[in-house]
Ligand binder design. Sequence first.
Ligand SMILES: Cc1ncc(C[n+]2csc(CCOP(=O)(O)OP(=O)(O)O)c2C)c(N)n1
Length: 937
Amino acid sequence: MRLDEFAGANAGYVLELYERYRQNPESVDPETRKAFESWDAPTEQPQPSTVAGAGLEVGPSIDIRKVVGAANLAECIRRYGHLAAQLDPLGSPPIGDPSLSPAAHGITDEDLRQLPASLVDGPAAQSAANAFEAIEKLRRIYCSTTGFDYAHVFVPEEREWLRRAAESGRFLPPMDAHSMEAVLDRVTQIEAFERFLQRTFPGKTRFSLEGVDMLVPILDEIICGAADHGARHGVLAMAHRGRLNVLAHVLDKPYAQILAEFKDPVAARSFRTDLGWMGDVKYHAGARTAAPRGQMYITMPPNPSHLEAVDPVAVGMARAAGTRAGQRGAAHFDGAITVPILIHGDAAFPGQGIVAETLNLSRLPGYSTGGTIHIIANNQLGFTATAEDSYSTSYASGLARGFKIPIVHVNADDPVACLEAAHLAWEYRARFGLDFLIDLVGYRRYGHNEGDEPSFTQPTMYKKIAAHPTVRELWARTLVDKGTIPPDLPESLVRKYFSELESIYASLKPEQEYAPPLPTKAPAGAAARVATGVPLDRLREINEALLVRPEGFTFNRKLERGLERRRSAFANPTERSIDWATAEELAFATILADGIPIRMTGEDVERGTFSHRHAVFHDANTGKQLIPLQEFPQARASFEIHNSPLSENAVVGFEFGYNVQEPGRLVVWEAQYGDFINGAQVMLDQFITSGRAKWGLAPSLVFLLPHGYEGQGPEHSSARPERFLDAAADINLRLVNCTTAAQLFHVLRRQAALLERDPLPLIVLSPKSLLRHPAVASTPRELEEGRFLSVIDDDAARGRAGGIERVVLCSGKVYVDLVTSDRRGAAANVAVCRVEQLYPFPKIALNEVLGRYRSVRDVVWLQEEPENMGAWNFMRPEFEELIGDRCPLRYIGRARSASTSEGSAAWHQLNQKMLVEQAFDLRSPAPEPSMVLSKEV
Ligand SMILES: Cc1ncc(C[n+]2csc(CCOP(=O)(O)OP(=O)(O)O)c2C)c(N)n1
C-alpha cells in the first residue's frame, strides 16, 4: 500500500488512520495494522511519500493533522455547504454549520495556503494554486445561491456523477450576450403577463407566479433538454400557483383564451348540463400543447383543489405514454420517451401524504417513469403558515432524501443558478433514469390570492417583499451594469409585452368562441347492445392454451388439483364448472385475444388476496415466474399485472392517470378488501366520479372491491357502495354486484368493448367466500350464450308467478344466503330477484321482472348493510317511483348504525339468520328489538 494511491478525502482518512496506528497500533483493525507494518512510514523514514500523486511531501515538515483537516473541510463543504448557501432572495441568513469553518478541523487559512490544492480533489482543485484557493472555489460552488444536497444518494456512481456535475460547472448556461438577453426577454414576458392581469382584473384570483418567476425558464430548460434526448411526451402537473402563467408560456395556451376566461363568460354553451357538464375554475384547467416542442407534446392534466392529488395521476399518465402494449406478452416501458414533471408547493410537499406515496412508486417496476422531475415552487409560505408551522424537516424537500433523490436548492433571484439546476435535473434523469428535485426558493409577491392581505400575518416579510425588486429588474440591472445590453432595453421589452396583451384583449371575440369543447355523448343503450358471448370452441382452445405447462416448470403441489379441474372445465357445457377465478381469467384472455391490452394492479393481485387468482405462478424449485396470460398464443395485446405497494390513494390516482392517457387499454385495480377504497376517497371524488362533469375526462377504470357480510367485523365487510351511489349522477359510473361467474365474465368483456365507445368507471363489488361457492359457478354455455344481466329474475318462482305474494329484491352475496337457506323451500310464495347492476338503475329490467308478479302483497328491498348504508337510500326513491301504489315497499336489513357491521362472527350469524327469516316471513315483523329491521316504508 502506498499513500499516493489515495486522493483527497481518502488520503486524509488514510493519514488519520495511520496517525492513530502510530499512537496505538491496537486502535486499528488487524488488516489495516498489517498494511501499515509493511508501509514505509513517512514520518519515521526520511523518504517522503506523496498525497494524491500531487507532490505533497508528507515528511517531518508537514503536520499530518493539517492534511487530514484540509481534506475533511473539503468533504464537509461538499456535504453541508448547502446549509451556508444564500437561498432566500429576501436575505434571511442561512443556518450555516460549524463544520464549514477551518477552525472546526484544527486548521487556519494560512495552513491551507501551505497545502497543495490536490488535497481538495476534483475540478475545483485543478487550477488552484493551493488548498486555500481550492477551498474557496468549493465554497463558491456549494455555499452560493445554489445548495447541492446529494450526500444522501447512496449509490457511489450517482453521487460521484453529481459531485463532478456540481464542481465542473459544466451545466451552467451559456453566458454569451445573446443567451443572457434571452433570459431577460423570458422573465419580462412572465412578469408582464402577471402585471397585465393584475391591472386589468384587479383583485381577481389568479394565484400569481411572481416571486418564483424562474419556474418558467426552468421548465423551458428541462423540456428542451428532454426533447433533445428523444422524449416524446411530457406530463406537467401543478397546483394553482403560477398555473395560468405556465399554461400561457409552457403549454402555449393562447392569451386570448385566458383573457376571455378571466371575463368569466356567461355563454349559453358553458351552462349546458345535458351531459352533466359543470366545468371548473380557470386555474384547475388542463391543456395540451397544440404543436410539439422538438418532437415532444406536453400535457397538463386538470387538477382539483386538493393539493398534490394530481401527482400520481400525472405519473400514471407518463407511464402509460411510455408503454408499448400492442403485442402479446409483457408490456414494454421506455422511460426515455416520456417525462413527468411535478410542481409542488412548499407547504403541500411535506404536508400531504400523497406525495410520499407517489415518491414511493418511483423505483417500483410496475410504476417507475424513468425519473420524475420535481420542482418545489417554494415561496416560503403555505397560505398564512410559515415553514416552522409546516414541516419538521430542515427543508421543504426533506421527504425526498429518504427516497435517495438528489436535491438542488436554488435562489429564485439567480437566473444562472436556476438554469444550471434545471440542466442538471434533466441530465441526471437522462443518465440514471431516476427522480430529481429542484427546490426553487423564492417568495410570494401578494397574499395567498390577490385579494388576500398578507401583512395581517407576515408584516415584516411583506415589508421586505414590497421593497424587493423583481427577478426581471435584478437581472436587467445585472446585464446593464455589465454592459451586456443597452440601458433602455429592459423597459422596451416591458412595453412590447404589455402592448401585445393589450391588443389581444382589445380584439377579443365574443366570449362563447372560447368556451371549452364539451364531452361527446355515447349513443344511448350502447352497453345493452354489446355482445359478450364467446363460442365454446374458442373458449375451450384458450382455456387449454392457458394451461400449457412449459417444459421443466414445477407447479406448487397444492395448485395441481385446481389446475386439473380447470382442464376439464369444458367437458360438459351445461355443468357448473366455471368458478369465479376461471371466469375472470377467461374474460381477460378473450379480451387480450380481441387485441385489447390489460393492466391489472392492487395489493397482492398476482396471487389474489383470497389465493384464488394465481395469475403469476412461481416454479416450486426455482421461483421462476410463469404468467399464462402473457404466453397463450391467441393473445394479440400485452398483459401486465403488478402487486402494488401498500397504498390506495396514490395507486388509484396512478391507474386513473394511466387510464385517461391510454383509454384503449383495460385498466383494473383491485382492493385488498373493498373498505380500503376509502383511502382513495379523494381520487374517487375529485377525479373518477366527477372528472367528466368538471373537465370532460372519460375514465373507464375497473375497480374490483371485495364486499359482503361474512362475520369478519366492521373493517372487512363493506366496500361502502353507498359512497359510489351518492356520487352517481348523469350516468357517470357503473356499479355492479355480480352473483355468478358468468356475470363477471360478461361485465368485464362489456367494459372492454365499451372502452372507447361508452367509457365509464366500472365498480364491481366482488365476492370473498363466494369465490369458490358452487352457487356462483356458471356453465360454459352461459359464457357462450349469455350476456350481462342487470337484473336476474327468480327462475324457480317464474313458473308460479301467480302465487307469488312477495318479491324480495337484493344484490350480491345475501342472495346466496337467501336461496341456500332452509326457509326457501317452504316459502313458495316468495320470489328472490337479484339487482346485479345498482347504477345506472336498471329501471326497464326491473319493471319487466316486477310486471310478472301481479298478485304481490309487498316488494322488499333486502340488504345486509345497515339502513343508512348499502344501496337502500339510493334505491328507495327509484323503487317508490317504479312500484307506485301497486303495493307497499318494505325494507329488510340491519338497523341504522354508526359502524358497518358487528364485531363478532356469532352476532353476525344471528343477524344474518334473522334477515333470511324475515325475508320469507310474510307476517308482521318480529316485535323484539334487534339489529335487523323489517319495516314498511
Ligand atoms: C388538501 C388541501 N388542503 C388544504 C387546501 C387549502 N389550501 C390551498 S393553498 C394552501 C396553501 C398551500 O401552500 P403551498 O403548498 O406552500 O403552496 P402555495 O400556495 O404557497 O404556492 C392551502 C392550505 C387545499 N387546497 N388542499
